[in-house]
Write a protein that binds this ligand. Structure first.
Ligand SMILES: Nc1ncnc2c1ncn2[C@@H]1O[C@H](COP(=O)(O)OP(=O)(O)OP(=O)(O)O)[C@@H](O)[C@H]1O
Length: 286
């Protein structure tokens, strides 16, 4: 069964398949064009039971960019984010009722897509940092170990690489066996980002990743987000307008389940097309 439904795959050559079957694209296949978006949302409606919370949303998330979702509480930002790794599958009655979401060239609703594999490709960082009550090392090694990596040297390597990418290595390298929950809040959130990166995703979803952090820890995580775009495509939900302007390349503004406007972050914040966007970013509601 083909992984590809509507566009050529845009994946790292060594990325594991999202299907539970063999990869559809042979290793020798030509590389896909760089301009294929990492995520394509095409006319998506979404409902919790009878309640429709997303209406005809269409947007592309370009590869290796940071895209921010903004909008007043309850407008559907988190719901859309959670569609990208099918986390909403876990909510009874929750479903996409129209449209499609294409990731790396595959329609993620396709029966051949394994949600567990999908979540390896599309990692998630939550609002409240949630390390396991185990050592710093074990938190990062957990994912690769679950995927079958048993060699100590390989695990050591992935732990160091992930902690370095999360800009945490220098702060924890001498205490990797300490319990993770003893770190500061900002360090715990960066540890959770390292844990996400340890299974080598291509896309990282962040749901208000700094809302539980103080300004200094927030600034560390924002610096990290900006540095990560070199390796990952990132979608971030934020209520913090300054944060959206600092970290994102593009911003989508949502209101009552509709995407009102999507453009470069500079355009959205300096010269939005829609009055409702202007009213929101200037604090007139929300
Ligand atoms: N599990 C659920 N069951 C039923 N309705 C839900 C569920 N989760 C969210 N909703 C509803 O869907 C709508 C969109 O919620 P969502 O969390 O996506 O909005 P949001 O824009 O992320 O809000 P916030 O900024 O407050 O996090 C809201 O009306 C919310 O009450």
């Amino acid at each position: 069964m083909s992984l590809v439904t509507e566009a050529p795959p845009r994946r790292r050559p060594n990325a594991p398949p999202m299907t539970s079957e063999q990869p559809a694209t042979p290793a020798s296949a030509p590389k896909s064009p760089a301009d294929v978006p990492a995520i394509q949302v095409q006319g998506v409606d979404f409902c919790y039971g009878d309640k429709q919370v997303l209406k005809n949303v269409t947007l592309d998330v370009p590869t290796n960019e940071v895209v921010a979702f903004i909008g007043p509480s309850g407008c559907g930002k988190t719901t859309l984010l959670r569609c990208f790794n099918r986390m909403n599958d876990l909510v009874p009655g929750a479903r996409v009722t129209k449209g499609s979401i294409i990731i790396e060239g595959a329609n993620i609703a396709d029966r051949s897509i394994d949600p567990v594999q999908l979540r390896r490709h599309v990692g998630m960082v939550f609002q409240k940092y949630n390390p396991f009550p185990r050592s710093i090392y074990e938190n990062v090694a957990y994912g690769p170990r679950t995927l079958g990596e048993r060699k100590k040297a390989a695990l050591d390597e992935v732990v160091e690489k992930s902690l370095r990418r999360a800009a945490l290595w220098d702060e924890v390298k001498d205490r990797l066996d300490d319990i993770a929950t003893g770190l500061s809040g900002g360090q715990q959130q960066r540890l959770c980002i390292a844990r996400t990166m340890a299974v080598d995703p291509e896309i990282i979803l962040m749901d208000e990743p700094c809302s539980a952090l103080d300004p200094i820890a927030t600034s560390h995580v924002e610096d990290l987000i900006m540095s990560l775009r070199e390796h990952y495509t990132i979608v971030i939900v934020t209520h913090n307008m300054q944060q959206a302007t600092r970290v994102s390349d593009r911003t989508a503004f949502f209101y009552l389940g509709e995407m009102v406007e999507y453009d470069t972050t500079r355009k959205i914040f300096e010269n939005p097309t829609h009055k409702r966007t202007l009213d929101y970013i200037s604090g007139r509601f929300g």
